[in-house]
Write a protein that binds this ligand. Structure first.
Ligand code: SAM
Length: 267
Protein backbone atom coordinates (compact mmCIF):
# COMPACT_ATOMS: atom_id res chain seq x y z
CA UNK A 1 0.00 0.00 0.00
CA UNK A 2 2.81 2.36 1.04
CA UNK A 3 4.88 1.46 -2.06
CA UNK A 4 1.78 1.88 -4.21
CA UNK A 5 1.31 5.44 -2.97
CA UNK A 6 4.95 6.25 -3.72
CA UNK A 7 4.79 4.74 -7.21
CA UNK A 8 1.55 6.59 -7.93
CA UNK A 9 3.10 9.87 -6.76
CA UNK A 10 6.24 9.39 -8.84
CA UNK A 11 4.22 8.57 -11.95
CA UNK A 12 2.00 11.63 -11.46
CA UNK A 13 4.99 13.94 -10.91
CA UNK A 14 6.57 12.70 -14.15
CA UNK A 15 3.54 13.93 -16.12
CA UNK A 16 4.49 17.55 -15.41
CA UNK A 17 7.64 18.71 -17.20
CA UNK A 18 8.34 21.89 -15.22
CA UNK A 19 7.99 22.09 -11.47
CA UNK A 20 8.59 25.37 -9.66
CA UNK A 21 7.83 24.19 -6.11
CA UNK A 22 9.31 21.40 -4.01
CA UNK A 23 6.26 19.77 -2.43
CA UNK A 24 6.31 16.54 -0.47
CA UNK A 25 3.35 14.77 -2.07
CA UNK A 26 3.92 11.33 -0.52
CA UNK A 27 6.26 10.17 2.25
CA UNK A 28 9.77 10.83 0.93
CA UNK A 29 8.53 11.92 -2.53
CA UNK A 30 9.07 15.60 -3.34
CA UNK A 31 8.31 17.41 -6.59
CA UNK A 32 11.53 18.51 -8.38
CA UNK A 33 11.02 22.28 -8.12
CA UNK A 34 13.67 24.74 -9.26
CA UNK A 35 12.91 26.93 -6.26
CA UNK A 36 14.07 26.08 -2.76
CA UNK A 37 10.50 26.42 -1.54
CA UNK A 38 11.03 25.25 2.06
CA UNK A 39 13.74 27.95 2.42
CA UNK A 40 11.32 30.58 1.11
CA UNK A 41 8.69 29.39 3.58
CA UNK A 42 11.19 30.10 6.34
CA UNK A 43 11.58 33.71 5.14
CA UNK A 44 8.06 34.99 4.49
CA UNK A 45 6.71 35.01 8.06
CA UNK A 46 3.66 32.79 7.59
CA UNK A 47 1.91 32.39 10.98
CA UNK A 48 2.20 28.85 12.37
CA UNK A 49 -1.46 28.66 13.31
CA UNK A 50 -4.05 29.61 10.71
CA UNK A 51 -6.96 27.94 12.47
CA UNK A 52 -10.28 29.21 11.17
CA UNK A 53 -8.77 31.67 8.70
CA UNK A 54 -9.73 32.38 5.09
CA UNK A 55 -6.49 32.45 3.09
CA UNK A 56 -5.86 33.70 -0.45
CA UNK A 57 -2.73 32.52 -2.29
CA UNK A 58 -2.18 34.80 -5.29
CA UNK A 59 0.04 33.35 -8.02
CA UNK A 60 -0.28 29.92 -6.42
CA UNK A 61 1.63 28.12 -9.18
CA UNK A 62 2.22 24.48 -8.08
CA UNK A 63 0.46 25.20 -4.79
CA UNK A 64 3.11 24.75 -2.10
CA UNK A 65 1.85 27.72 -0.06
CA UNK A 66 -1.81 26.82 -0.60
CA UNK A 67 -1.21 23.34 0.78
CA UNK A 68 0.92 24.72 3.63
CA UNK A 69 -1.97 27.03 4.63
CA UNK A 70 -4.28 24.02 4.71
CA UNK A 71 -1.77 22.12 6.86
CA UNK A 72 -1.68 25.04 9.29
CA UNK A 73 -5.42 24.82 9.85
CA UNK A 74 -6.94 27.41 7.51
CA UNK A 75 -10.71 27.01 7.29
CA UNK A 76 -10.72 27.88 3.58
CA UNK A 77 -7.95 28.44 1.05
CA UNK A 78 -8.41 30.01 -2.35
CA UNK A 79 -5.55 29.57 -4.82
CA UNK A 80 -5.60 32.14 -7.62
CA UNK A 81 -3.39 32.16 -10.68
CA UNK A 82 -3.83 33.39 -14.23
CA UNK A 83 -2.59 29.99 -15.44
CA UNK A 84 -5.03 27.08 -15.18
CA UNK A 85 -4.05 24.38 -12.64
CA UNK A 86 -3.17 21.73 -15.23
CA UNK A 87 -0.62 24.10 -16.87
CA UNK A 88 1.41 23.95 -13.67
CA UNK A 89 1.85 21.13 -11.15
CA UNK A 90 -1.10 22.38 -9.06
CA UNK A 91 -3.72 19.90 -10.30
CA UNK A 92 -1.38 16.92 -9.80
CA UNK A 93 -0.13 17.97 -6.36
CA UNK A 94 -3.64 18.88 -5.16
CA UNK A 95 -4.93 15.45 -6.10
CA UNK A 96 -2.03 13.60 -4.50
CA UNK A 97 -2.44 15.57 -1.28
CA UNK A 98 -6.24 15.45 -1.24
CA UNK A 99 -6.36 19.24 -1.10
CA UNK A 100 -9.73 20.92 -0.54
CA UNK A 101 -8.52 24.33 -1.73
CA UNK A 102 -10.57 26.18 -4.34
CA UNK A 103 -8.62 27.03 -7.48
CA UNK A 104 -9.56 30.13 -9.46
CA UNK A 105 -7.97 30.84 -12.84
CA UNK A 106 -8.02 34.61 -12.76
CA UNK A 107 -5.90 37.72 -12.91
CA UNK A 108 -4.98 39.46 -9.65
CA UNK A 109 -6.48 42.67 -11.06
CA UNK A 110 -9.92 40.98 -11.08
CA UNK A 111 -10.05 40.57 -7.28
CA UNK A 112 -13.14 42.14 -5.81
CA UNK A 113 -14.95 41.79 -2.53
CA UNK A 114 -18.34 40.97 -3.98
CA UNK A 115 -17.03 37.93 -5.87
CA UNK A 116 -14.33 36.68 -3.49
CA UNK A 117 -15.27 38.02 -0.06
CA UNK A 118 -12.46 39.08 2.30
CA UNK A 119 -9.46 37.12 3.53
CA UNK A 120 -7.70 37.05 6.91
CA UNK A 121 -4.37 36.24 5.25
CA UNK A 122 -3.23 37.04 1.72
CA UNK A 123 -0.07 35.55 0.23
CA UNK A 124 1.35 37.60 -2.61
CA UNK A 125 4.61 35.82 -3.26
CA UNK A 126 6.79 36.08 -6.34
CA UNK A 127 4.17 37.92 -8.40
CA UNK A 128 4.41 41.70 -8.08
CA UNK A 129 7.59 42.08 -10.16
CA UNK A 130 5.81 40.34 -13.06
CA UNK A 131 3.10 43.00 -13.16
CA UNK A 132 2.77 46.03 -15.40
CA UNK A 133 0.55 47.60 -12.74
CA UNK A 134 1.94 46.64 -9.32
CA UNK A 135 0.08 49.34 -7.42
CA UNK A 136 -3.24 48.46 -9.04
CA UNK A 137 -2.72 44.90 -7.82
CA UNK A 138 -2.07 46.15 -4.25
CA UNK A 139 -5.27 48.22 -4.42
CA UNK A 140 -7.31 45.19 -5.50
CA UNK A 141 -5.69 43.09 -2.73
CA UNK A 142 -6.60 45.75 -0.19
CA UNK A 143 -10.22 45.45 -1.34
CA UNK A 144 -10.31 41.72 -0.45
CA UNK A 145 -8.26 41.76 2.76
CA UNK A 146 -10.15 41.72 6.07
CA UNK A 147 -9.79 44.68 8.46
CA UNK A 148 -6.38 44.29 10.11
CA UNK A 149 -5.79 41.14 8.03
CA UNK A 150 -2.24 40.21 7.08
CA UNK A 151 -0.67 40.38 3.65
CA UNK A 152 2.68 38.67 3.07
CA UNK A 153 4.53 39.90 0.02
CA UNK A 154 7.72 38.59 -1.58
CA UNK A 155 9.47 39.94 -4.65
CA UNK A 156 12.67 40.52 -6.52
CA UNK A 157 14.29 43.62 -4.95
CA UNK A 158 16.94 45.93 -6.34
CA UNK A 159 18.96 46.90 -3.24
CA UNK A 160 21.43 44.11 -4.00
CA UNK A 161 20.54 43.63 -7.66
CA UNK A 162 20.03 46.69 -9.85
CA UNK A 163 20.62 45.64 -13.46
CA UNK A 164 23.07 48.06 -15.06
CA UNK A 165 23.51 49.02 -18.72
CA UNK A 166 25.73 45.98 -19.35
CA UNK A 167 23.18 43.61 -17.82
CA UNK A 168 25.23 43.09 -14.63
CA UNK A 169 23.52 42.94 -11.25
CA UNK A 170 25.00 45.52 -8.90
CA UNK A 171 24.15 46.72 -5.42
CA UNK A 172 22.50 50.15 -5.23
CA UNK A 173 25.14 51.30 -2.77
CA UNK A 174 27.83 50.69 -5.43
CA UNK A 175 26.28 53.53 -7.43
CA UNK A 176 25.85 55.72 -4.34
CA UNK A 177 25.20 54.90 -0.67
CA UNK A 178 22.35 57.46 -0.77
CA UNK A 179 20.34 55.41 -3.24
CA UNK A 180 19.46 52.75 -0.67
CA UNK A 181 17.63 55.37 1.37
CA UNK A 182 15.50 56.65 -1.51
CA UNK A 183 12.33 54.92 -2.69
CA UNK A 184 13.32 53.56 -6.13
CA UNK A 185 12.00 50.98 -8.55
CA UNK A 186 13.64 49.65 -11.69
CA UNK A 187 11.66 49.02 -14.87
CA UNK A 188 12.79 46.11 -17.04
CA UNK A 189 11.98 46.60 -20.72
CA UNK A 190 12.07 43.40 -22.76
CA UNK A 191 13.96 40.65 -20.99
CA UNK A 192 16.38 42.87 -19.10
CA UNK A 193 15.99 41.00 -15.80
CA UNK A 194 17.73 37.66 -16.09
CA UNK A 195 16.52 37.19 -19.71
CA UNK A 196 12.98 36.86 -18.35
CA UNK A 197 10.50 38.83 -20.49
CA UNK A 198 7.80 38.44 -17.82
CA UNK A 199 9.63 40.67 -15.32
CA UNK A 200 8.47 44.29 -15.27
CA UNK A 201 9.14 46.29 -12.10
CA UNK A 202 11.16 45.73 -8.94
CA UNK A 203 11.38 48.08 -5.94
CA UNK A 204 14.10 48.62 -3.41
CA UNK A 205 13.15 47.97 0.20
CA UNK A 206 12.21 51.59 0.92
CA UNK A 207 9.99 51.72 -2.18
CA UNK A 208 8.33 48.41 -1.29
CA UNK A 209 7.40 49.80 2.11
CA UNK A 210 6.16 52.99 0.41
CA UNK A 211 4.07 51.00 -2.09
CA UNK A 212 2.50 49.11 0.82
CA UNK A 213 1.71 52.23 2.86
CA UNK A 214 0.37 53.99 -0.22
CA UNK A 215 -2.02 51.09 -0.77
CA UNK A 216 -3.27 50.90 2.82
CA UNK A 217 -0.97 48.23 4.28
CA UNK A 218 1.26 49.02 7.25
CA UNK A 219 4.55 47.10 7.03
CA UNK A 220 5.14 45.29 10.32
CA UNK A 221 8.54 44.04 9.25
CA UNK A 222 10.50 43.67 6.04
CA UNK A 223 13.37 41.38 5.07
CA UNK A 224 15.92 40.82 2.33
CA UNK A 225 18.03 37.87 1.23
CA UNK A 226 20.28 38.65 -1.73
CA UNK A 227 18.09 39.75 -4.70
CA UNK A 228 14.81 38.85 -3.02
CA UNK A 229 12.89 40.31 -0.15
CA UNK A 230 9.50 40.98 1.24
CA UNK A 231 7.36 42.23 4.06
CA UNK A 232 4.69 41.26 6.52
CA UNK A 233 2.02 43.94 6.43
CA UNK A 234 -1.30 44.67 8.07
CA UNK A 235 -4.32 46.09 6.26
CA UNK A 236 -5.30 49.54 7.52
CA UNK A 237 -8.37 51.59 6.63
CA UNK A 238 -7.88 53.91 3.67
CA UNK A 239 -7.83 57.64 4.14
CA UNK A 240 -5.41 58.48 6.92
CA UNK A 241 -2.24 58.82 4.84
CA UNK A 242 -3.48 59.92 1.45
CA UNK A 243 -3.45 56.39 0.04
CA UNK A 244 -4.43 56.12 -3.61
CA UNK A 245 -4.12 59.91 -3.73
CA UNK A 246 -2.96 59.77 -7.32
CA UNK A 247 -6.47 58.69 -8.30
CA UNK A 248 -7.63 62.07 -7.08
CA UNK A 249 -4.97 64.12 -8.86
CA UNK A 250 -7.53 65.81 -11.07
CA UNK A 251 -9.16 67.43 -8.04
CA UNK A 252 -5.96 68.71 -6.46
CA UNK A 253 -5.30 72.37 -6.05
CA UNK A 254 -2.34 72.65 -8.40
CA UNK A 255 -1.38 76.08 -7.04
CA UNK A 256 -0.09 74.36 -3.90
CA UNK A 257 2.66 72.69 -5.93
CA UNK A 258 6.05 74.23 -5.21
CA UNK A 259 6.97 74.14 -8.87
CA UNK A 260 3.80 76.04 -9.80
CA UNK A 261 4.50 78.64 -7.13
CA UNK A 262 8.09 79.22 -8.19
CA UNK A 263 7.06 79.50 -11.84
CA UNK A 264 4.44 82.06 -10.86
CA UNK A 265 6.96 84.05 -8.80
CA UNK A 266 9.47 83.95 -11.63
CA UNK A 267 7.03 85.44 -14.12
C1 SAM B 1 7.24 33.16 -9.89
S1 SAM B 1 5.68 32.33 -9.71
C2 SAM B 1 5.48 32.46 -7.95
C3 SAM B 1 4.80 31.24 -7.37
C4 SAM B 1 4.60 31.23 -5.88
N1 SAM B 1 3.68 32.26 -5.43
C5 SAM B 1 5.93 31.37 -5.18
O1 SAM B 1 6.26 32.44 -4.65
O2 SAM B 1 6.68 30.41 -5.16
C6 SAM B 1 4.54 33.56 -10.29
C7 SAM B 1 3.13 33.03 -10.43
O3 SAM B 1 2.25 34.15 -10.55
C8 SAM B 1 1.35 33.93 -11.62
N2 SAM B 1 0.96 35.25 -12.14
C9 SAM B 1 1.72 36.11 -12.87
N3 SAM B 1 1.00 37.21 -13.17
C10 SAM B 1 -0.23 37.05 -12.60
C11 SAM B 1 -1.40 37.84 -12.58
N4 SAM B 1 -1.45 39.02 -13.21
N5 SAM B 1 -2.48 37.37 -11.92
C12 SAM B 1 -2.44 36.17 -11.30
N6 SAM B 1 -1.35 35.37 -11.29
C13 SAM B 1 -0.25 35.80 -11.94
C14 SAM B 1 2.13 33.08 -12.61
O4 SAM B 1 1.27 32.35 -13.47
C15 SAM B 1 2.94 32.19 -11.68
O5 SAM B 1 2.26 31.00 -11.37
Amino acid sequence: MHDDAIRRAEAAIAKQAKWHHRIEVAPGVTTPGLQDTPALLGQIGMPEDLTGMRVLDIGARDGFFTFEAEKRGAAEVVALDNEPPHHTGFAIAAELLGSKATYVTENVYALDQERFGRFDLVLFLGVIYHLRHPLLALDRIHDVTADEGLMLIETHMIDEGLVDGEGNWRALRDFSPDLEKLPLAQYYPGDMLGSDPTSQWAPNRVALEGWLRGSGFEPISSWQVAFRGGAISRRMPLGANGERAVDEAASWDMTTWTVEKSTAIGR
